[in-house]
Design a protein around this ligand. Structure first.
Ligand SMILES: Nc1ncnc2c1ncn2[C@@H]1O[C@H](COP(=O)(O)OP(=O)(O)OP(=O)(O)O)[C@@H](O)[C@H]1O
Ligand SMILES: [Mg+2]
Length: 291
């Protein structure tokens, strides 16, 4: 069964040479919080599909489901009854062993509704904002990338994600209020940088659910690029029904319908992310990588 799945996975995700060249390679571990306090903007979809695209080029990826809704866990086919060691444990100071998913190279620390209690339970806890970072430092070794799927709030769980992260990736939905609330998120990132995590940066903004037939969608893309400049990824994720139906199959759209416009866009986004990584690397490291 696993073999069949893997073979199918291999066939489905057999990226073109062009994709593979785009992906390049680097061996430092990045911790990326996928965050936006607005609900339903594509955080979870972006986390699980980027993760899947990157495993297809040999990256070892861990997803930390930091949302009590558990959508990343469901979207990767982890049934609630199988979620025994969770992100709640990590925040409570108990280690959790990452679980394998059906996707080779992709592991997850899942979430259950228990996580909704963490915000209140941690209020008086010592080092309450560093719980996730300390836990990941202990248990999450050997990954190339750790993606933290944040909840739609700027509470203590998101704060823990921002303290644990090197970078923030912000999905923005192509809708009228896209930029509303972004300054609050950017201010929060700045405060976390000043207080707890001097290295934290917003590494990218990704525009999601773009509808090319809709003038408003096109205007939003232009506005966001105007205001946020190069931080915005060139790749725009289209609204695509395959993307929205994939979670009900417990699969990322990268596996559910690789040829769909949504999956192809996520493959491009992964390529762009790695190209940016390569371009930002000091020249000596690039030369080492090429040797
Ligand atoms: N490109 C897309 N095309 C169509 N539907 C999409 C697309 N991206 C996401 N969706 C759907 O929109 C809904 C919200 O997406 P998602 O769960 O990724 O957002 P989120 O920001 O994680 O939400 P929350 O804030 O509740 O955690 C989901 O039903 C998802 O399947
Ligand atoms: Mg989500």
């Amino acid at each position: 069964m696993t073999t069949d799945y893997n073979t199918k996975y291999g066939n489905d995700l057999c990226l073109t040479d062009r994709h593979t060249q785009e992906f390049g390679y680097d061996n430092s571990q990045r911790v990326v919080a996928v965050a936006n306090q607005k609900g339903g903007v594509g955080k979870t979809t972006t986390a699980i599909n980027l993760a899947t695209a990157l495993t297809a080029v040999g990256r070892r990826v861990l997803i930390v489901d930091a949302d009590a809704q558990g959508n990343a866990s469901t979207g990767l086919g982890i049934a609630p009854s199988d979620r025994r060691q969770t992100t709640y444990d990590l925040l409570s100071g108990v280690d959790a062993i990452p679980m394998a998913t059906a996707i080779p190279g992709l592991e997850i620390i899942p979430a259950t509704v228990d996580l909704s209690g963490a915000e209140i339970e941690l209020i008086d806890a010592e080092h309450r904002e560093r719980r996730l970072k300390s836990a990941l430092d202990r248990i999450a070794t050997g990954y190339d990338l750790i993606l933290i799927d944040c909840p739609p709030a700027l509470g203590l769980v998101t704060l823990n994600a921002l303290v644990a992260a090197d970078e923030v990736l912000v999905p923005l939905q192509c809708e009228f209020f896209a930029l509303e609330g972004l300054s609050l998120l950017l201010n929060t990132v700045e405060r976390v940088r000043d207080t707890y995590n001097s290295e934290l940066k917003v590494s990218g903004i990704v525009l999601t659910m773009f509808d090319k037939r809709n003038r408003l969608s096109r205007e939003v893309v232009a506005d966001v690029r105007d205001v946020m400049g190069d931080t915005v990824y060139d790749t725009v994720i289209p609204r695509n029904v395959r993307v929205s139906e994939a979670p009900s199959y417990g699969k990322p759209v990268m596996l559910h319908a690789f040829q769909s416009s949504g999956a192809q866009a996520y493959a491009h986004l992964a390529g762009e992310m790695l190209r940016r990584e390569r371009d930002e690397r000091p020249a000596t490291e690039t030369m080492k990588g090429a040797a």
